[in-house]
Design a protein around this ligand. Structure first.
Ligand SMILES: Nc1nc2c(ncn2[C@@H]2O[C@H](COP(=O)(O)OP(=O)(O)OP(=O)(O)O)[C@@H](O)[C@H]2O)c(=O)[nH]1
Length: 383
């Protein structure tokens, strides 16, 4: 039985402007004429590869199309490359190409030049519940071939379906796969080819976390975003802040304190609550209106003196913060600093018109307002 193709969540339809990066095929809030004219195939891409039934389509459907994990049981095997352009619904502005498990690199119709040249990341999915010897052989063949065409690709290995494994077994499997894959590369004198490994499952948040990290590596402005988040939280008494792509719940940046899974899950759940409540009570009677827009703001006080604070940053992005109740007493300060932060984010992504962008590029100077941004410090002084 095949499931009908699922449109991204309801909130996507209400978005009206395009927000995206420029350097890696990302644009500005004003739709760029060149980009809108560009063929979807020219967009940078993330490839999902791996053996049959390893879980590639499930990952793509769960992360980007809100399919519930249980529904993936009914997904049919992919028989040809499925190109999914998610840029209309998400900040993540590239294509995801889902490959069929039986792809044959030696088939003359397989154009590796065309496929690997415009690729930003290649995700190789290994089913950890299955015998992975064949998958390791396939991984080696795939990455070595892709590396020869394009050494700039980020190679990411998802050790997938780990929900069926005990904690010890997970660690052991990861160690073993890591060791064998790198030995194979060393034997082929491909030590420079770097593989990153993630333990993933569609039945918890690990798949969103892993995808977040894959996407972050493709964001040229990541250090700037992290810096802005660091400044924002340190001046506002906030413990942790994530910049979320609302539709996919991928976090595209966070401050430099370590991410613990629980905080990330808490923030993901908050997004779900906000969107659900907004869909029920925020839309017009005829169903028109936006579930997520400029006014989107939510504060949730937990019974352990923790406060969750969500605010709209751009039409695709939300800032979700975790802070203590005492710090939230200075809400005015937080709001002021958020205002500065939001402005800076818009500057980073060149929210201005494409003409302004071109002018700045010609002048070679960063934006003035970003340089002159002033946060209010906790002691009241501007910094
Ligand atoms: N337990 C578990 N099962 C999963 C997970 N992800 C996917 N599956 C299951 O794995 C099976 C295969 O998933 P698909 O997404 O169709 O696999 P695929 O790699 O796209 O398969 P092909 O299209 O044949 O290449 C489905 O029954 C999924 O429900 C996971 O994280 N945990």
């Amino acid at each position: 039985m095949s499931l009908p193709y699922e449109e991204p969540a309801a909130l996507t339809g209400s978005f009206s402007v395009v927000e995206s990066f420029r350097d890696f095929g990302y644009g500005t809030e004003e739709p760029d004429m060149d980009e809108s004219a560009a063929s979807p195939d020219s967009k940078p891409r993330i490839l999902l590869m791996g053996l049959r039934r390893s879980g590639k389509s499930s990952i793509q459907k769960v992360v980007f199309h809100k399919m519930s994990p249980n529904e993936t049981l009914f997904l049919e095997s992919t028989s040809k490359i499925y190109k999914d352009d998610i840029s209309s619904s998400s900040f993540v502005n590239f294509q995801i190409w889902d490959f069929p498990g039986q792809v044959d690199f030696f088939d003359p119709t397989f154009d590796s030049e065309m496929i690997f040249k415009g690729t930003g990341a290649l995700i190789f999915v290994i089913d950890a519940q299955d015998d992975y010897v064949e998958a390791l052989g396939r991984l080696h063949l795939t990455v070595s071939r892709a590396y020869r065409v394009n050494p700039e690709i980020n190679f990411e290995v998802f050790i997938h379906k780990v929900d069926g494994l005990s904690d010890d077994h997970k660690i052991e499997t990861q160690r073993d796969i890591h060791q064998r894959a790198n030995d194979d590369l060393a034997d082929a004198s491909l030590e420079k080819l770097h593989l990153s490994f993630y333990l993933t499952s569609i039945y918890d948040h690990s798949i969103f976390e892993a995808f977040s990290k894959v996407v972050q590596k493709l964001i040229p402005q990541l250090p700037t975003l992290e810096n802005l988040l660091n400044i924002f939280i340190s001046h506002s008494g906030i413990e942790k802040a994530f910049l979320f792509d609302v539709v996919s719940k991928i976090y595209i940046a966070t401050d430099s304190s370590p991410v613990d899974m629980q905080s990330y899950e808490l923030c993901c759940d908050m997004i779900d609550v906000v969107i659900d409540v907004s869909c029920i009570y925020g839309l017009m009677e005829d169903g028109s209106g936006c579930a997520y827009d400029k006014e989107s703001l939510a504060i949730i006080k937990l019974n352990n003196t923790t406060v969750l604070y969500l605010k709209e940053v751009t039409k695709f992005l939300a800032l979700v913060c975790i802070l203590r109740e005492e710090s939230f007493e200075r809400k005015g300060l937080i709001d002021y600093n958020f205002h500065c932060f939001r402005k800076a984010i818009h500057e980073v992504f060149e929210v201005g018109s494409s003409a302004q962008h071109a002018d700045r590029m010609r002048a070679g100077s960063p934006s003035n307002s970003l340089a002159s941004l002033k946060y209010a410090a906790l002691n009241g002084n501007a910094v």
